[in-house]
Write a protein that binds this ligand. Structure first.
Ligand SMILES: Cc1ncc(C[n+]2csc(CCOP(=O)(O)OP(=O)(O)O)c2C)c(N)n1
Length: 895
């Protein structure tokens, strides 16, 4: 038995239908006589009167399962029916070429993968954008930015092929990037990857959820640049086309309220609600559209439901007593999918057959017409009207919930099928049906051979396609890397205090903030610096920046801050420079990425510093950093309060001992763990030169700590070693042991050297390792060069440590795998110490003893090597006792 719909229930509950009708008539009459503004006003008055009367009434936030825009309110289609007909033809051609690309690749190599059904459902949504809305960057206009649903990439390539900027050869090498290159052909990446196709893709979206949050922060960063008068205000838009399944990712929904709070009417989301994800329906037993309407609407977005095509309009017009709407309201998504997968007779029987009223509506259509009834996301006119309304909406972002059919046009082979997402093969009969469905002028043989189709240059389709793109400023997507070099001030201008520290006490965090403060004041570079925090500016000693550059707020400051009397009061300003994002590392890194890629997206290089608890970086938001790397980000990630034993007190979820392991795995991420302020100064200087002046597509991960230390001045000639990964800070001729100390534990290594020399008369040399990962990268490259007969150059670490057989002990505040990465290239006996295991709350001294990385443990480890084969176990125990070490304590990783 069918459950009654909410509307039916309401009708059953209606104790006085006449009274109801009178209220509704009153509303209509106000609408007619005084217009929608007045009607809205009266409704909100009624609502507050209801609240005052204690009715506890609230609008349900779900509108019926029909289009938000009424037919009479639709903006007319530019070019009218002719344009619609041509664009439908173009969409059909694109669908074919996209399909042929995937099926061909998989005929050749079954392992390659690819998707047909997603683009088949999204093609019309993209086409209306390409033909009427997506404006390219020109010399006068900054251009719209589009985040493309990743597995629709074949369709975007198919369009570039028609546009003449991608060859048939390239299409034939979809997902064969390596072999294509060997043949001199541009291969096509699976999904949008700027790293792999740097002239084409702007934004990587292949990992679900990254696109939506990135698009929101991108739109917000555009506003930031405008409010800071770095970009001329222009009516640019950020468009994001995403999947309905993708909206389940936490990142997809994470920043919805930011978008409305910031009134980002430069942002439009188009959610392709084909009601399916990979394995099955997104919400088989409900309505994903309604759920998203509630979520987006609740977050303050303008919501446009785009559910039904124009051919449904006469049906709704005939639906005098609301039976059709009732039926749609209660048909859950799983059932809608089944309807999509079946033909006209099935739909007549199972949908229109539900009641006599519906039967009568269905009777006005042939089976074929029922079969062809369009969902809103496949009707160009309806899509245009929705996009037009979205583009013209002021004061809030818009989401268009566009209902489509997954695998649209794939017929019985794929449309609406449970398995359609992964379908990459089609039989000849299915291909022929597809051709016929979209009226493609291909012979059966051409279909069998999966030939790509491009109409003649002077055909109406090609002329239309080119004219539309010319009107909209050129082709898209297109990534432009203008290589605008930005002058970097000399290191002395902002880091003299660090180069000549002369024993002054400070932490590397303090040094970093001081350098950044000076860079912010630089006449040329200053305005390009973007300091970003989630919520710990005070923890990192950045409160002085509140005063000097202010916290960005699109509304300025509408309140008198509590601390207005203090010099460093919490100052928000419309032209504020700091992005203080609140407790959202995902949001803060998205802002960082927008800033770090501004050089390509806006032709405006920026220099972002995102400073955060190092534990909440690569571990928590590693995938967003990976996407930034793909996007060729340039900027500094500063892992502050770093080091598993250096962040005393905080414990297991705060003490990071592994971020350098992850950062080392990202090819264009240059990581450093400096010990001294002067090392940090050199690293920041080099980073700015490489990223801003030389325009290299690299970004930096630098860990800094909150441990105060006496900072030495920079020794002469240390620069190269600092940058390559190690330099000697305490040389010793004829050293019996060599200690490599990294970051905060260099101090322990130095103290260990004092113990070794002072108590045990063991000659010790100490090296500061600024980057194990840079040493390892260099070593691996040198080793390979040698093997491939390309060069004889030795790795930096080998060059520095050869000429002695004295054992080498390495220690860092990270897991042992970090120093282990150079083992093969150390030309002596090598021992590593590290902080493997869970952190815990205690003092630095206790933690370093626990993890066996303090001066005494380093000294003991060194002695164990120096005395190997020379001292007995009892003698070694005596040494340990002298150092007050417990040799029977458990391993730090023991459980
Ligand atoms: C983070 C992440 N998890 C899983 C996947 C694998 N994946 C690719 S497409 C897809 C289904 C997408 O469904 P939907 O968003 O509804 O898009 P549709 O293809 O239906 O348009 C999945 C699970 C991914 N790309 N990223």
């Amino acid at each position: 038995m069918n459950m009654p719909s909410p509307e039916q229930l309401i009708r059953q509950l209606d104790l006085d239908e006449q009274e109801t009708a009178e209220w509704i008539a009153a509303l209509h009459s106000v609408l007619e006589s005084s217009g929608p503004e007045r009607a809205r006003f009266l409704l909100s008055q009624l609502s507050s009167a209801a609240r005052d009367a204690g009715l506890n009434w609230r609008d349900a936030r779900i509108t019926p399962y029909i289009n938000t825009i009424r037919p009479q309110d639709e903006a007319p289609y530019p070019g009218g029916s002719d344009a619609v007909a041509i664009e439908e033809k173009i969409a059909g051609i694109l669908r074919w070429n996209a399909l042929a690309m995937v099926v061909r690749a998989n005929r050749a190599y079954g392992e390659l993968g690819g998707h047909i059904a997603s683009y088949a459902s999204a093609a019309d949504l993209f086409e209306v954008g390409f033909n009427h809305f997506f404006r390219a960057r020109t010399s006068e206009f900054g251009g719209d930015l589009v985040y493309f649903q990743p597995h629709s990439a074949p369709g975007i390539y198919a369009r570039a092929f028609l546009e003449g900027r991608m060859s048939a050869d390239s299409l034939a090498h979809y997902r064969q990037e390596i072999s294509a290159k060997a043949k001199g052909v541009q291969g096509l990446s699976s999904y949008p990857h700027p790293w792999l196709m740097p002239d084409f893709w702007q934004f990587p979206t292949g990992s679900m959820g990254i696109g939506p949050i990135s698009a929101i922060y991108q739109a917000r960063f555009m506003r930031y640049l405008e409010h800071r008068q770095l970009l001329a205000p222009q009516p640019r838009k950020v468009w994001g086309v995403f999947g309905d399944g993708e909206m389940d990712e936490p990142e997809s929904l994470a920043a919805l309220s930011l978008a409305s709070r910031e009134k980002l009417d430069n942002l439009v989301f188009v959610i392709n609600c084909n009601l399916q994800r990979l394995d099955g329906p997104v919400r088989g037993n409900g309505h994903i559209v309604d759920e998203l309407e509630t979520l987006f609407g609740g977050a303050g977005w303008n919501v446009i439901k785009l559910l039904w095509g124009s051919d449904w309009d006469p049906l709704f017009a005939r639906d005098a007593n609301g039976e059709l709407i009732d039926a749609l309201n209660r048909t859950v998504d799983g059932q809608l999918q089944t309807f999509a997968a079946n033909d006209g007779p099935f739909n007549r029987e199972h949908f229109f057959g539900q009641s006599p009223g519906l039967q009568a509506i269905g009777a006005t259509l042939t089976d074929d017409e029922i079969d062809r009834l369009k969902r809103g996301g496949h009707d160009l006119r309806k899509i245009y009207a929705a996009y037009h309304a979205a583009s013209n909406h002021n004061g809030a972002p818009t989401v268009i919930l566009a209902q489509t059919k997954k695998g649209f046009g794939m017929g019985t082979a794929g449309q609406g099928k449970m398995t359609t997402h992964q379908q990459k093969k089609l039989e000849q009969q299915d291909l022929v049906e597809f051709r016929d469905r979209f009226k493609l002028p291909l012979t059966d043989t051409q279909v069998e051979n999966l030939e790509f189709y491009k109409p003649a240059d002077d055909s109406p389709e090609m002329r239309h396609l080119h004219a539309r793109r010319a009107e909209l400023g050129g082709f898209m997507p297109r990534r432009v890397d203008q290589r605008v070099p930005l002058a970097v001030p000399p290191i002395e201008s902002h880091a003299q205090f660090a180069l000549e520290a002369d024993g002054k006490e400070m932490s590397t965090t303090m040094a970093l903030v001081r350098m950044m403060g000076s860079l912010l004041k630089d006449a040329t570079l200053g305005k390009h610096v973007v300091p970003i925090v989630a919520d710990e500016a005070r923890t990192f000693g950045m409160a002085n920046l509140f005063k000097t550059v202010g916290i960005y707020s699109s509304q300025g400051q509408l309140y008198q801050p509590e601390d207005i009397g203090s010099i460093l009061y919490y100052r928000e300003a419309k032209d504020g420079q700091i992005l203080e994002e609140g407790i959202t590392e995902a949001g803060a890194i998205s802002s960082w990425t927008a800033a770090a890629t501004s050089y390509a997206v806006h032709g405006l290089p920026m220099l972002p510093f995102y400073i955060y608890y190092s534990m909440f970086g690569f571990q928590r938001i590693g995938d967003l950093i990976w996407a930034a790397a793909d996007q060729r980000a340039r900027g500094f990630l500063i892992g502050a309060t770093s080091g598993r034993t250096t962040l005393g007190g905080e414990g297991l979820q705060h003490q990071d001992g592994s971020s350098h392991l992850v950062s080392a795995s990202i090819p264009n991420c240059i990581s450093y763990d400096p010990a001294y302020a002067y090392e940090l100064a050199v690293i920041i200087d080099d980073g700015m030169q490489r990223m801003l002046q030389k325009n290299e597509d690299v970004f930096y991960y630098v860990t800094v700590t909150n441990e105060n230390e006496a900072q030495p001045s920079m020794p002469k000639d240390a620069r190269e070693g600092i940058l390559r990964g190690m330099h000697c800070v305490s040389p010793s001729k004829k050293a019996e042991v060599r200690l490599l100390g990294a970051g905060p534990l260099l101090k322990e290594a130095m103290a260990a050297a004092d113990l070794l020399e002072g108590i045990f008369s063991v000659k010790t040399e100490v090296w500061s390792v600024t980057s194990f990962s840079e040493l390892a990268r260099d070593s691996v490259a040198c080793e390979r060069n040698r093997r491939l007969q390309q060069s004889d150059e030795e790795a930096w670490v080998t060059q520095k440590l050869k000429g002695s057989k004295a054992p080498v002990i390495a220690v860092s505040d990270y897991v042992r795998a970090v120093p282990e990465s150079i083992r093969a290239f150390v030309p002596a006996h090598f021992v590593t110490l590290g902080t493997d295991g869970f952190g815990r709350s205690d003092t630095r001294a206790s933690l370093r003893d626990f993890f066996e990385v303090d001066a005494k443990w380093i000294a003991y480890t060194a002695l164990a090597e120096v005395y190997a084969g020379k001292k007995t176990a009892a003698e070694m125990r005596e040494i340990a006792a002298k150092l007050e070490l417990d040799l029977d304590k458990p391993l730090s990783t023991s459980i």
